[in-house]
Design a protein around this ligand. Structure first.
Ligand code: SAM
Length: 234
């Protein structure tokens, strides 16, 4: 497998591309992009608009307040991005997944993030306004995803949530090579309480100590303590 084939590519479609600027330029996501573990392209949906004014929305059929994102710019964008990706792979057909954010979608979780790592290209559609013409959900997107039971103003924060959760599962993005082996278990991700210095600290007048076992140096006991305290996030 070539180096290129190992890269997971995220193509994000949004009408607010600048929202991603500082996010992509900080911390582990920045490093992962620099190392070539992931490729993230943020696209201004207006590039595929229906007219020279960059229009991507219109009034809802049936009346009601607000605007709805039109289907054609999204369809054009998705076709072009899939084609561009395929061209790079030549005969080695890669797998793409198109996801649309909506609060009516399937709830995103660690298991879903795990599933997404099976794809080489993720095309992520960020909705705005009163939402997206339903034909995108029916005929263009492979999945409709919600990040929780509340309504946000747009799909940009959900895009960052999905990008970060999935990227974390790409080998080499977080910690040493052993990190994923140790923590990606039992159909989810193993999490347990962590402590650091100082060993003792006074909080609201009471001494709060680090559990003794963690200071014991006894790796077997530490392992057992972590097993006892662990939660599988899935
Ligand atoms: N009426 C729209 C619907 O039923 O899909 C929701 C409109 S919402 C005000 C604007 C956009 O924010 C949505 O199109 C979606 O992309 C995003 N959004 C809002 N809440 C979300 C959630 N809980 N999870 C994922 N995306 C969400």
């Amino acid at each position: 497998m070539s180096l290129f084939n190992d890269i997971m590519r995220f193509d994000i479609l949004t009408i607010f591309p600048f929202l991603f600027d500082s996010y992509l330029e900080e911390s582990l996501i920045k490093k992962a992009r620099e190392k070539g573990s992931i490729e993230v392209n943020v696209h201004d949906l207006r590039k595929w608009s229906v007219d020279k004014h960059g229009t991507v929305d219109d009034k809802p059929f049936g009346g009601g307040s607000g605007m709805v994102m039109r289907v054609e710019p999204i369809y054009r964008a998705v076709c072009e991005l899939k084609e561009d990706f395929l061209k790079k792979y030549k005969n080695d057909a890669p797998s793409s997944r198109v996801i649309l954010f909506t609060p009516r979608g399937k709830r995103f979780n660690q298991k879903k993030a795990d599933d997404f790592t099976n794809y080489k290209q993720m095309i992520i559609i960020c909705g705005r306004y009163e939402g997206v013409d339903e034909r995108v959900a029916k005929y263009i997107a492979d999945e409709r995803i919600s990040i929780g039971n509340y309504v946000l103003m747009g799909g940009e924060l959900p895009a960052m949530v999905v990008l970060e959760t999935v990227s974390r599962l790409v080998p080499g993005v977080v910690g040493k090579e052993s990190f994923l082996k140790e923590r990606r278990k039992e159909g989810g991700f193993v999490e347990y309480p962590q402590y650091t210095r100082p060993e003792n600290v006074t909080i609201s007048g009471k001494k709060r100590r680090v559990p003794g076992v963690l200071l014991s140096g006894d790796h077997k006991r530490i392992e057992e303590w972590r097993k006892e305290k662990k939660r599988i996030i899935n």
